[in-house]
Unconditional design. Sequence first.
Length: 169
Amino acid sequence: MTTIRLVQGDITRESADAIVNAANSSLLGGGGVDGAIHRRGGPAILDECRKLRASRYGKGLPTGRAVATTAGELDARWVIHTVGPVFSAEEDRSDLLASCYREALRVADELGARSVAFPAISTGVYRYPLEDAARIAVEAVRSAETDVEEVRFVLFDERAYEAFAAQVR
């Protein structure tokens, strides 16, 4: 059974087998969590992302999918990149958001990771409502068939922490 823990802080400071990156589809870095992971992890992450773009993901990583690279200088073995959906009031994209968590855990299982640190995917510039995103994330992790022993949601601020805490209780 997977244990779910909540931490308020900076995901780039976490120690875990795998750290999940809320990436953009280019895999080449960006703002928010993505930029922070690339900056702190160093050039090895970007080098592997470029190789993925040159081979399997020439058009970018599709929304809801996940792929792993080295973690570079982060205190982890791997970074699992996943592309969350941009929120739309007209279209229900909750399945895509849930897929990010399920796919990241699937990749973690393939790697043999036992601890995985997740950010609140799609809640920054992709504007997914925090309460909905927290519900979807926790449900996806709880329902996933995985060998991961610990999932840690690393939440940037108190508002995000409280939204996830309401779902974990």
